[in-house]
Design a binder for this molecule. Structure first.
Ligand code: GLC
Length: 538
């Protein structure tokens, strides 16, 4: 069997730095705060979580209109989070523990405060004018085309000074970079080189599928499936994204990124690819594996949480992937409601076992290991620009509340008032309390992570789903030349009896309840409500 790369074997943990751990006392998490918690993430013993890599959402200088996804300097650290020296310490300390460091790269847009944009907007003749996407009004004085911003309203804003519109598919403070311009492309390549030289192990590329737009900026057609109840400012969600994203030219740029990474050892390229259906998504690996190592797979977050739906989603993926394309699964992020709130709370344990036992790289969102639920954010505390513009129900704040470390003031996150309120359940739901409770969700995550780490069949073995006589359960075999195991997950609140074809017996090594390790007959395997088990075979 071919030796696997770290990003195939390992588990990625996403840190939203504002919300992880504040050491400077300003209510906002920082890089030093991450360093201070590296032992929690992996100190080499099963008392730590046991992840392999961290992906840190943006920490670059930013006006924070979109909390860091509006970058005003790609090669520095915002003073809120620390400085480059703190970043270097973070990389060194992470590497000392065998933890890889993946950083966010935001290629689609910069901040309107970025010196490039300041120059670009200064005059039509400025050499950086073409680094962004500027257009005259239509002859009738209208907007250059009909595109909308994902955060509501049109995708064009008027610049009084230079008398043209510029494109932004997010906030007007996030003007879109023009990847058709060779100088801009070279400058953005330099950014990657800067961080590679500093020792980062990989990049998560923000909305990378959007970076190239149609050369003629043609109007998008309406989406016939769009919800008719969408408010008028939701232009983006009423259109098919034929011309504003997922353009063929993006693939050449991804291959350029990979060529650059090939000059360094063992680096990894992950990308946020929006939802264009499986057959378009799979193209982001490249026809021969020369593009993204991992185009993030968000499909499990978007489908109803039912055993057969989830099984079909996994099976479809397994069928479409060519041998060089490594699968991956994401169940939570800073952009969607909390995992434990999307599912029945009892299913959070089944979700943990699923994520950590499927074939492919799991990405785990900070706090999901505690079962953090959506925070309740009073309307006067709303921060997320999406929520402020599209209504509180669209706010992403609830998934970004501070990490809950202990039962002390501010859950041990900060000595100051945090930028978003700590969730009310912090006294019972926190790292310290769950560490002391042998059957907690946190201890289940630890068990699963450390078990997975020692099992080639879970890290690299094949996947095959099984029928076992219950539609409420999802079962699969993970097989490796030297070992095999069966994963059986009960998505329902009822006891289920399963008959596993062609298998006689095995040993339950982990139950999601963390209360049984026993030899079982596979002619009649009973799963309790919301129970998942890993059964070691042979
Ligand atoms: C991505 C990020 C999201 C951000 C948007 C604009 O989707 O994950 O948080 O708001 O891009 O940068």
């Amino acid at each position: 069997m071919v030796k696997q790369a770290w990003w195939q074997r390992g588990v990625i943990y996403q840190i939203y730095p504002r919300s992880f751990n504040d050491t400077s006392g300003n209510g906002i998490g920082d890089l030093q705060g991450i360093i201070a918690k590296l032992d929690y993430l992996n100190d080499g013993t099963p008392d730590s979580l046991g992840i392999d890599a961290i992906w840190i959402s943006p920490f670059y200088p930013s006006s924070m209109a979109d909390f860091g996804y509006d970058v005003s300097d790609y090669c520095d650290v915002d003073p809120l989070f620390g400085d480059l020296a703190a970043f270097d310490r973070l990389v060194a300390e992470a590497h000392r523990r065998g933890i890889k460091v993946i950083i966010d790269y935001v290629p689609n847009h910069s901040s309107d405060r970025h010196p490039w944009f300041v120059e670009s907007r200064s005059s039509r003749a400025n050499p950086k004018r073409d680094w962004y996407i500027w257009r005259d009004p239509r002859p009738d004085g209208g907007l250059p085309n009909n595109w909308g911003s994902a955060f509501g309203g049109p995708a064009w804003s008027w610049d009084e000074g230079s008398g043209q519109y510029y494109l932004h598919q997010f906030l007007k403070e996030q003007p879109e970079l023009n990847w058709r311009n060779p100088q801009l492309r070279a400058a953005m390549m330099e950014v990657l080189r800067f961080w590679l030289e500093r020792g980062v192990d990989g990049f998560r590329m923000d909305v990378v599928s959007m970076i190239v737009k149609d050369a003629e900026l043609r109007d998008n057609p309406p989406d016939p499936q769009a919800d008719p109840a969408l408010p008028p400012n939701e232009i983006y969600r009423r259109q098919l994204h034929l011309y504003n994203e997922d353009q063929n030219e993006v693939h050449g740029i991804l291959r350029d990124f990979r060529r650059l990474l090939a000059n360094y050892q063992d680096r990894c390229l992950i990308g946020e690819v929006l939802d264009y259906g499986l057959s378009r998504w799979v193209r982001y690996y490249g026809p021969d594996g020369s593009e993204l190592h991992l185009p993030f797979n968000f499909r499990l977050m978007k489908q109803p949480w039912r055993a057969q739906v989830i099984r079909s989603s996994v099976d479809e993926l397994e069928v479409i992937l060519l041998p060089f394309a490594w699968p991956n699964y994401v169940l939570g992020s800073h952009d969607v409601p909390r995992l434990a709130s999307r599912l029945a709370p009892a299913q959070a344990r089944v979700a943990a076992m699923l994520l950590l036992t499927l074939r492919g790289t799991p990405t785990l969102y900070y706090g999901d290991e505690l079962g953090l639920e959506n925070g309740l954010i009073p309307s006067d505390k709303l921060q997320d620009p999406q929520g402020l513009r599209l209504g509180a129900q669209r706010s992403r704040d609830p998934a970004r509340t501070p990490m809950q470390w202990d039962g002390g003031p501010q859950a041990g996150f900060s000595v100051a008032q945090p930028w978003l309120p700590v969730s009310a359940d912090y006294r019972v739901r926190n790292v310290a309390a769950q560490s002391a409770d042998p059957s907690s969700l946190l201890n289940l995550y630890r068990r699963l992570l450390w078990y997975r780490r020692a099992r080639p069949c879970l890290q690299g073995g094949s996947y095959r789903a099984l029928d076992a006589g219950s539609n409420d359960c999802f079962l699969y075999l993970r097989e490796h030349p030297s070992q095999r195991c069966l994963v059986a997950l009960n998505f329902s609140g009822r006891v289920r009896h399963l008959t596993i074809p062609r298998e006689t017996g095995g040993v339950v090594v982990i139950s999601t309840y963390l209360d049984r390790e026993e030899t079982v007959s596979l002619a009649s395997l009973a799963l309790r409500p919301h129970e998942g088990v890993i059964v070691k075979l042979d």
